[in-house]
Design a protein around this ligand. Structure first.
Ligand SMILES: Cc1ncc(COP(=O)(O)O)c(C=O)c1O
Length: 460
């Protein structure tokens, strides 16, 4: 679908079935917040009007995907659905071994269950929370090595998801023997949904090769990353997105995937590796925890839906709309003076809560305060990505995260432009009374991944 100079963003699909939403009153929302211990993960989704908590598994499937579900074959081993899934994965990610999993973190658990362990260290541009937790659960160390621009919400570097190659080199020069693999997360979710360039991937690969270390890609948002390469990196404007994807992944020795993101699934994932020995060890663990390696925790119909979703994910009309609609939200917030991470990421707009609420210190969780305010104001659910998520250290201490962000993640093909206009209005109202917001304290937290279940109290 060419834009032919029109500025209106048109969703490249019609609505095929509808899901009603309901609006609570402000008083009801306040009540729900108290009941949820001010943790938006504890809300009933029916009490949320616009749900921007995550883009993970929340997208709408296409009519072709729903049709594919009907083709699902539920044979325990060697189902045709598996072969269709494997072929679709291999078309874009040509790895020797593909191990399906029920979601991304299952792939991480299997991988780090094999290569992690005490004394090991895993570098990443920025670990996503489940990746970090899976590395640390084996008592290995997770080290983030983003480029310095990636830690500055206002810096306009086009590839803020890049890894700091010099820092990687320094780490490997000192501890290569302790590094089982180097990982790149694309796009870099925790760093603002920012892409990595092919030039950076190539430079990281060159360092990995010098030290004989494998490179793995956490590829959840591979298609959005490829679109940014196409539109921002010199020499790729005329290359089809699937070719760019293949070029990215040809540099890697393996990957983990949450198919709940760019592959347009509501569930699913995989681990892929080239090394036969590693594949064997991972497969043994997979059988223990996920299931037989031709279904890996998924129904045959899920595998079929993903096979179709993968092809739709690299459709350029879809990607143009996807990135343009994210930018639409970011542009509007910027025009209202709301501090947001720039350039805009692919799957979400990240509000810089630390800059928006300078009167709330990081250890009073400005991101959590803002996320609760957005729900209270208009029933919009977002997600804190900051000190609540990353502040608790492996040694039990607490320190401010590099940034305190609130992520407005945009589910794929789910909300229309008028829904987003409403979100813009809600953020605008909260921004106009930002100085009245108060910080929060944690009254209860679990040992790991506290953001999912911690309980909070506003500081009055
Ligand atoms: C970059 C990244 N890696 C891994 C995961 C984990 O995937 P899942 O939620 O399917 O376990 C996520 C999920 O949000 C993610 O964004």
């Amino acid at each position: 679908m060419s834009t032919e100079g029109f500025v209106t963003i048109i969703e490249p699909f019609r609505i095929h079935s509808v899901e009603p939403m309901r609006m609570l009153t402000r008083a009801e929302r306040e009540e729900r917040l108290v009941e949820a211990g001010y943790n938006l993960f504890a809300l009933h989704a029916d009490d949320v009007l616009i749900d921007l908590l995550t883009d993970s598994g929340t997208g709408a499937m296409s009519s072709e995907q729903w049709a594919a579900l009907q083709r699902g074959n539920e044979a325990y081993a060697g189902a045709p659905s598996w072969f269709r899934f494997e072929a679709a994965v291999r078309e874009l990610f040509p790895f020797r071994h593909i191990l399906p999993t029920h979601q991304g973190r299952a792939a991480e658990k299997i991988l780090f269950g094999v290569v992690g362990g005490p004394g090991r260290v895993v570098p990443n541009n920025t670990h996503f929370d489940t990746t970090r937790a899976n590395v640390e659960a084996t008592e290995a160390e997770a080290v983030d090595l983003p480029i310095p621009e990636g830690r500055d919400p206002a810096n306009r570097h086009p590839f803020k998801g890049n890894m700091d190659v010099a820092a990687l080199e320094a780490l490997l020069a000192e501890r290569a023997e302790d590094v089982p693999l180097v990982m790149m997360t694309i796009t870099n979710n925790s760093g603002g949904g920012q892409p990595a360039s092919l030039a950076n991937l190539r430079a990281v690969k060159a360092v990995c090769e010098r030290y004989g270390r494998p490179l793995f890609i956490d590829g959840c948002r591979f298609a959005e990353n490829a679109w940014f390469i196409k539109t921002r990196e010199e020499g790729y404007a005329d290359r089809p997105v699937p070719d760019i994807v293949r070029e990215m992944f040809a540099l890697a020795d393996g990957m983990t995937m949450s198919a709940k993101k760019d592959p347009l699934g509501n569930i699913g994932g995989w681990l892929a590796v080239n090394d036969d020995d590693l594949a064997e060890q991972c497969r043994n663990l997979e059988i223990l925890t996920e299931g037989f390696p031709t279904y890996g925790g998924l129904a045959g119909r899920d595998l079929d839906a993903l096979a179709v979703g993968l092809r739709e994910a690299v459709d350029e009309d879809y990607l143009r709309y996807r990135i343009a609609s994210t930018k639409y939200l970011g542009d509007a917030l910027q025009r209202m003076g709301v501090p947001v991470v720039v350039p805009f990421g692919g799957h979400a707009i990240f509000i810089d809560a630390r800059a928006m609420l300078p009167h709330i210190p990081p250890l009073q969780y400005p991101g959590q305060a803002l996320a609760c305010a957005l729900y209270r104001e208009g029933g919009v659910r977002s997600c804190e990505i900051g000190t609540v998520m990353f502040g608790r250290q492996a040694d039990g201490s607490e320190k401010p995260a590099a940034m305190d962000l609130v992520r407005l993640a945009i589910p794929r093909r789910t909300y229309t432009q008028s829904h987003i206009d409403y979100v813009i209005e809600v953020v605008g109202r909260v921004a106009s009374k930002a100085s009245e917001l108060v910080g929060m304290e944690i009254v209860q937290e679990p040992a790991r991944l506290r953001h999912f279940t911690a309980k909070f109290r506003p500081l009055t």
